[in-house]
Write a protein that binds this ligand. Structure first.
Ligand code: TZP
Ligand code: MG
Length: 225
């Protein structure tokens, strides 16, 4: 991917990111979560396969690639640049325990957008110096979807990270619902990433639509629509 393509892609990373999560605790599987996201107008679907074997994750990745392409939605793979390349994903999302963006193979960095999770101001500051296309920050409101050693960071910390990272998009993570999505945008976030708000919803499509509407309303109120 050229720098110009990366810049265009980074702009497309603003909005709703829905993780298609294979945790068996959710009432809906990753394909249902992803379909809800696509139909609702999410910007990104991100495969988070912590339970599947590699072979199953690859099959799921191919299905999600086809689905997202048909809806014009970006497709990211969590943690794994190798799976992202094999699935022809648009991007890879790496956390603090994963390979750092600068250490991804050149072929991966050329072809993939890169998202980076951060949980402290120091991590966010470091991420701004890394070759990544957006910075995720949180848990802003705490989370029960993964074992996180980090307490809720709050909207003031999110605002600080958004100001530091600008013009790079900052995506708020952790305990986000529609009302909190609006608050995150008011604090300067370019979007939000969710697991439970869609995966755990009785009606995942309606939940995803509410998140998209809240983000759009928030952006309009900030004059960023
Ligand atoms: N990283 C920090 S919080 C989080 C990730 C992947 C999970 C967000 O899930 P939820 O259910 O939206 O809090
Ligand atoms: Mg990870």
């Amino acid at each position: 991917m050229t720098r110009a393509r990366a810049a265009a892609g980074a702009a497309r990373c603003s909005g709703l990111h829905v993780l298609a999560d294979d945790d068996p605790r959710w009432p809906h599987g990753p394909l249902v979560q992803a379909r809800a996201a696509c139909v609702a107008g999410a910007a990104v679907v991100q495969l988070r396969a912590k339970h599947a074997t590699d072979r199953e994750a690859l099959r799921l990745g191919h299905e999600l690639r086809q689905m997202t392409r048909a809806h014009g939605v970006l497709f990211f793979v969590n943690d794994r640049f190798d799976l992202a390349l094999l699935c022809e994903a648009d991007g890879v999302h790496v956390g603090q325990e994963d390979l750092p963006p600068a250490r991804l193979p050149a072929a991966a960095r050329e072809r993939l957008l890169v998202g980076r999770s951060t949980h402290t101001l120091a991590q966010a500051r470091a991420a701004i110096g890394e070759p990544c296309d957006y910075v995720a920050f949180g848990p802003v409101f705490g989370t029960t979807s993964k074992d996180s050693p980090y307490a809720a960071r709050g909207l003031a910390a999110l605002a600080e990270v958004a100001a530091l990272a600008a013009p790079r998009p900052v995506i708020a993570i952790g305990g986000i619902d529609a009302e909190r999505a609006r608050q995150a945008v008011a604090a300067g976030a370019a979007g939000v990433a969710v697991i439970s708000a869609v995966a755990g919803a009785a009606a995942p499509e309606a939940a995803a639509r509410a998140l998209v509407a809240a983000l759009e309303a928030g952006a309009e109120a900030e004059g960023r629509a």
